[in-house]
Design a protein around this ligand. Structure first.
Ligand code: 8DG
Length: 135
C-alpha cells in the first residue's frame, strides 16, 4: 500500500466567449517548471476547494468569480513520485475583471482541440481529453 500524502489542488478551466481555455506556464524554480497548467493551487487547511480557487484566481490572475460560477467538471487522481495528486477541475465561464499576469506568469488562451500542442503535467492528460470531447 502506498503511504504517499494526498495533496488536494483545485484547478479551473476558464472558458471565454470564443470557447477558448486559459492555461498558464509554471514559472522557473517551481516543480515542473515550463509546463502549462490550469490556474489553481493547493487547498489550504480549513479551506473549501471552491474558496481556494476564488482566492487563487484573484492572486494569480486578478479576476473575481463566485462559487455559483464554478461548475465541477472532472478530476485528476495521479501518483507523482513524492505525493498523490487529487485535483478537482471546475469549468468557469463567468468572472469579472481582465486576466492579468499578477505573478509574472505567461498565459495562453487555447481551443480545447489545440491543448495537446502544449506540454502539461502528466496528471493533466486525461483532463485535456475530457475538455476536448465534452466542452
Ligand atoms: N494549478 C495546477 N497544478 C497542477 C496542475 N497539474 C498538476 O500536476 N499540478 C500540480 C503541480 C503542483 O505540484 C501542484 C500545485 O501546486 P501549486 O502550484 O499550488 O504550488 P507550487 O507550485 O508552489 O508547489 P510545488 O509543487 O512547487 O511544491 O499541483 C494543473 O493543471 N494546475
Amino acid at each position: 500500500m502506498s503511504t504517499l500524502p494526498i495533496v488536494l489542488v483545485s484547478a479551473v478551466a476558464l472558458v471565454d466567449a470564443d470557447g477558448r481555455v486559459l492555461i498558464a506556464r509554471r514559472p522557473p524554480g517551481k516543480s515542473m517548471a515550463g509546463l502549462w497548467e490550469f490556474p489553481g493551487g493547493k487547498v489550504e487547511p480549513g479551506e473549501t476547494p471552491e474558496a481556494a480557487l476564488i482566492r487563487e484566481l484573484k492572486e494569480e490572475l486578478g479576476i473575481d468569480t463566485k462559487e455559483s460560477c464554478l461548475a465541477p467538471f472532472t478530476f485528476a487522481s495521479h501518483g507523482y513520485e513524492k505525493f498523490h495528486l487529487l485535483m478537482p477541475l471546475y469549468v468557469c465561464r463567468r468572472w469579472t475583471g481582465n486576466v492579468t499576469a499578477h505573478e509574472g506568469q505567461e498565459f495562453a488562451w487555447v481551443r480545447p482541440a489545440r491543448l495537446g500542442d502544449y506540454e502539461m503535467p502528466p496528471a493533466d492528460k486525461p483532463l485535456v481529453a475530457m475538455l476536448r470531447d465534452l466542452l
